[in-house]
Structure formats: C-alpha cells, structure tokens
Design a protein around this ligand. Structure first.
Ligand SMILES: NC(=O)c1ccc[n+]([C@@H]2O[C@H](COP(=O)([O-])OP(=O)(O)OC[C@H]3O[C@@H](n4cnc5c(N)ncnc54)[C@H](O)[C@@H]3O)[C@@H](O)[C@H]2O)c1
Ligand SMILES: O=C(O)C(=O)C[C@]1(C(=O)O)C=C[C@@H](O)C=C1
Length: 363
C-alpha cells in the first residue's frame, strides 16, 4: 500500500493529537513535522508519533501529500507563504486554525489553489503535545472552507482523511465560519476570561472568592485557562465579528440589568426560561476524549480506606480508573467520592456494580 506522506507544522495540543490520530487510525503514513520548540519534536519522535523532524527551512515538506498547519493562526499564515514555493502542485495544504477568512484570503492572494481552510470544532483549554490525545477529533464536526477554485479531488481526499480520524467534515463559507465561531467560541472565551479577571479584582484579602468558587463558576470559566497566544491571534484575525457579537452581548446584559433593577420579575423569569430551553436543546454529543469526562459521584462516608475499598471493588471487575478522589467541596449534598473512567462502558458498568453494593451513585 502506498505510504501517505503527511506534514504537520506546529506540534502542540491539536497538531500532536492529529499526528496520534493519523498514526493510529489511518492508512499507513509517514509524518514529517516541524515546531519552533525542538522539545515537542523530540518527544513526538521518541514516542513514534512522528517519523521525521523537519528542518526550519521547510524543504523536508516538499514530498508531502497533505500538510496540516497547526500553529497559532497568524503563524500558520506566515508558514503558508513560505510553503507555497516549496510544495509539489498536487500537495494539499490545510490548516486547523480557529479563524478562516484571513488565511483563505491570503491563499487566494498567493494564487495558491491547493489550500483548503479547516477548523475542527474540538479541543480543550490545555496546550502542548503532552496533552495530545489520539481520540480528540472523534465525533467532532470538522469545518472545511474550500475556495470554489480548489479541485474537487483535493477536497474529497481531505474529507476522507478527516473521516478516518473519526471527525465529521462539514463545508462552510469562510465569512460565515468566522461569524458563527465569534458567537459560539470567540466571545464566550473572552467572557470567561473577563469573569475570572473580575473575580480576581473583586476578591477580598482573605481570597474567599477564590476559595469558595464552586461548580457554576468553574464550569463556565474552564476555557479561561486556554493559551493567551492562541486567543490573542484569534482576536486579531476576527476583530469585526467579535466586536459585533460583544455589542450584542452587552445589549443583552444591559437589558437583564434593567429588568432586575426595576423589579420586572416576569422579564427576569423569561430571561432564564428562554436560556434554559435553548441550552437544553443542545445535544451533548460525545466529542474529543479530552473534553469528555466519564465521571460518577458516589455517596460515601468520608473515612479512611473508603477510596481503597471502592477501587478494589472496581478492579475486581477489571475496570480501569482514570482518577479517583474525595471531593471536599460539598456544594452538592449528594456524594463526595468522584471517579473518572476512560470510557463510557467502564462508567456504566461501575454504576451497576456500585448500585448492586447499595452505594448511591450520581452521574
Ligand atoms: N486548543 C483548541 O481547543 C483548538 C481547537 C481548534 C483549533 N485550534 C487551533 O489550533 C491551532 C493550535 O492550537 P493548539 O491548541 O494546538 O496550541 P498549542 O499551543 O498547544 O500548540 C501550538 C504549537 O505551535 C507551535 N508554533 C508556534 N509558532 C510556530 C511556528 N511559527 N512554526 C511552527 N510551530 C509553531 C508551538 O510551539 C506549539 O507547539 C491554533 O491555530 C488554534 O486556533 C485550537
Ligand atoms: O472546549 C474547549 O476547551 C475549547 O476551547 C474548544 C474550542 C471551542 O471554543 O469550543 C476552542 C477553540 C476552537 O477553535 C474550537 C474549539
């Protein structure tokens, strides 16, 4: 079988996960990679995730069939400019950056009709190859924004590879992509970070806000732990849409502020009701292993030996535990022992076993 020659520039969370996914799920491939951080490359090479460490002049990519640009968005644009004169005309170049208009415009300016913009709708707040997972792309929508001038065979080849790593390709116009992602990803990240910064600013000298912050705050601000470089570059390349969506959000905040101030209880009720109904309509499909946590909470008495008791019970049934620990934060009355599993099957089996032993288990 012909060896698929893959190139990856930027071997962090997304590029590293892609390399792992291609190695484990696709037709035999040889992966050539480059990153400005040599450590990432050496780690990946030693672990067999990549086959060739490329030189920074990019000439090692000249034989590639498909090259993925996986660095921060502005960096991907710089790399694309360099690669254009190096790669074979049949090579497909694509990126996984979070904004699409600027890079597809650049490809058009460069008259590069072998570039297909891409954006997998999966990821996490973590960075770097050490957080990479081979199943990050599974069941995730993977947006493609091909220019009409791109040969259909190239789009087909890329789609097939995306399907092989378990993702769901979907075509969207670059402009539309940037408007949509400003609403569902970019502005939410800005709001999450603003909320964290607000709490830091308002906290008292005993830092009680920091200590007491519970599930609600942590759920809505997880993404504030993301890479500042990545988000700075997203803001730079999707400015117009981000500003428009921020204005819209500010209007909505002003409206609910006014309803609260003037005791318009009906309006306050409707605000929360509308949000709950729409939020409940989103399907929480299983996407990317990093994001998905197969967690259960077990009602136990907080006493020595309890973790060992439950861990032993599950190991007797050959169930692998990813993480286990007492949650001292009793914001929920139910259960304090949290157990994380690697997969749905282990989670379901454990619920059954623990229920049979009369433990109260919560999802
Ligand atoms: N993190 C997410 O959730 C997510 C999801 C979808 C898309 N993206 C996009 O994926 C891209 C990478 O994000 P990530 O989360 O993997 O970030 P990351 O910080 O984990 O990895 C980025 C890697 O790019 C390398 N790099 C930086 N400049 C480079 C250059 N000039 N040449 C080669 N390598 C360079 C860095 O050293 C790093 O290893 C970004 O464009 C981001 O917008 C991220
Ligand atoms: O789940 C997360 O942690 C992410 O931030 C993933 C996320 C998102 O906003 O949904 C982040 C940036 C992307 O471009 C795509 C996906």
């Amino acid at each position: 079988m012909k060896l698929l020659q893959i190139g990856i520039v930027g071997l962090g969370l997304m590029g590293g996960s892609l390399a792992k996914a291609i190695k484990t799920k696709c037709t035999p491939s040889r992966i050539t990679a480059y990153d400005v951080h040599p450590d990432a490359l050496h780690l990946a090479y030693e672990e067999g995730i990549i086959d060739v460490i490329a030189h920074k002049d990019f000439h090692d990519f000249s034989h590639c069939h498909i090259i993925f640009l996986c660095a921060p968005v502005k960096k991907n644009m710089e790399v694309l400019e360099k690669l254009v004169s190096i790669v074979h005309p049949s090579c497909i170049m694509t990126d996984i950056g979070s904004t699409k208009k600027d890079i597809t415009d650049l490809a058009r300016t460069l008259q590069c009709n072998q570039f297909i913009g891409g954006h997998p709708m999966t990821g996490s707040e973590k960075s770097g190859i050490s957080s990479a997972e081979s199943h990050l792309y599974e069941n995730a929508y993977y947006i493609l924004t091909p220019d009409p001038s791109i040969p259909h065979t190239m789009v087909k080849t890329l789609r097939e590879l995306i399907e092989q790593i378990g993702a769901l390709p979907i075509l969207v116009e670059p402009d539309e992509h940037d408007y949509i992602t400003a609403s569902i990803s970019h502005v939410p990240h800005i709001i999450a970070s603003a909320m964290v910064n607000m709490v830091q600013k308002l906290d008292n000298p005993k830092e009680q806000m920091h200590t007491l912050a519970a599930g609600g705050f942590k759920d809505i601000t997880r993404i504030a732990s993301s890479s500042p470089e990545m988000w700075q570059q997203i803001c730079l390349t999707n400015k117009k849409n981000i500003l428009e969506i921020m204005d819209c959000f500010q209007e909505d905040l002003a409206s609910i502020r006014s309803s609260i101030q003037h005791n318009q209880l009906e309006d306050v009720w409707r605000f929360f009701e509308r949000a709950r109904n729409y939020r409940d309509s989103f399907s929480d499909r299983e996407i990317g292993a990093i994001m998905k946590s197969y967690k259960i909470t077990v009602d136990v008495v907080d006493q020595p030996g309890i973790i060992a008791e439950i861990a032993t019970l599950l190991s007797k049934h050959n169930i692998n535990i990813k993480n286990i620990g007492i949650n001292n934060n009793r914001e929920h009355q139910e259960g304090v022992l949290e157990i994380l599993f690697y997969d749905l099957h282990s989670q379901e089996q454990s619920i059954q076993i623990l229920n049979d032993m009369h433990y109260l288990v919560y999802l």
